[in-house]
Design a protein around this ligand. Structure first.
Ligand code: ZN
Length: 310
């Protein structure tokens, strides 16, 4: 990718001044998390190149410690060097289950068995720390299911690998991949601008919710995936966050925030810890969703700006 692209992306995003507004709720801090590692080769790049780009971008952006939530069934002799590369670069390896099951479909018993299998594989990896992130952020369809899984995870020694900044980065990645698979000409700069703007907007949205409903800005955990858009646009995203006044912190610092000790008594858990706590505090759930968490919105934005006419 042309190195000038990230600067162009940044200028486009920062022209939206509302992204840099100060809330008065404390300094904005954010840690990076990546789900689904190690992901498979795509039409855009190999998994190996994807991991290398992410490691390089984190290092160049001064991100000392991110956290990678691994799907252990994807770890084999060909992919394990990627997990080692993350650990060697100082990042945390954590669990995202063995086969990425949806708790709401499989039930608590099968889900916990899956988590146990993952634990046997992941706990021996360098850099492993016992944090667990739910696939699809689905933490239980009923109180009984939620509490059974919470108890099972606790018994294995896991802490909650929650997110505070939910977003649809995976959908922009899907749109880009589909366009490439169809052989369409794509304006990568526009895709990068959409990615950065969408994530910065989500970050401000969830920080505003925290400010309103928790009375303070917590140390945030940004949900990302180990995907091609991260590999391509992470440098622009890191620069964009910093330029908008965010301080990049380690995953350990983020999970040491007081909100890590809170266990929200709600089933509204699919948009992360801040949204769950805000809902418990009385927020209108429909207003807790960021506008970018919509496949319709993102598809329209992608089609209007990213598609190059031929
Ligand atoms: Zn996942």
């Amino acid at each position: 990718m042309n190195p000038n692209v990230s600067i162009a992306i940044l200028l486009a995003v920062l022209s939206n001044a509302s992204l840099t507004a100060d809330t008065g709720c404390g300094p904005r801090r954010v840690a990076f998390s990546f789900d689904d590692a190690p992901t498979e080769d795509s039409v855009i790049m190999s998994g190996e190149e994807r991991s290398q780009r992410i490691v390089d971008a984190l290092q160049e952006g001064g991100v000392e410690e991110a956290i990678f939530f691994a799907v252990s069934s994807r770890i084999d002799p060909a992919t394990i060097p990627r997990m080692h590369a993350y650990a060697e670069a100082g990042h945390v390896i954590a669990s995202h289950s063995h086969t990425h099951p949806n708790l709401h479909n499989v039930g608590s018993k099968a889900f916990l068995a899956n988590v146990g299998t993952a634990h046997e594989i992941l706990s021996g990896l360098p850099g492993f720390q016992p944090y667990f992130r739910f696939p699809y952020l689905n933490e239980g369809a009923t109180i009984e299911e939620r509490d059974a899984v919470r108890a099972g995870l606790k018994a294995l020694g896991y802490r909650a690998g929650y997110v505070t900044i939910d977003n649809y980065d995976f959908y922009i990645d899907q749109l880009l991949r589909e366009a490439r698979e169809d052989g369409r000409a794509i304006d990568l700069e526009a895709v990068g601008a959409l990615y950065v703007e969408m994530i910065l907007g989500a970050a401000v949205h969830y920080d505003d919710a925290a400010c309103t409903w928790l009375g303070r800005s917590p140390a945030h955990v940004l949900l990302l995936h180990e995907n091609d858009v991260a590999a391509l646009f992470l440098p622009a995203l890191i620069t964009g966050l910093k330029s908008a006044g965010w301080k990049v912190i380690t995953a350990s610092e983020a999970y040491a925030d007081p909100i890590a000790e809170l266990v929200p008594d709600t089933l509204f858990l699919g948009q992360g810890q801040v949204a769950a706590l805000a809902a418990v505090a009385g927020a209108d759930k429909s207003e807790l969703r960021h506008e970018g968490e919509s496949t319709e919105v993102l598809r329209a934005r992608f089609e209007s700006s990213a598609s190059e006419s031929e």
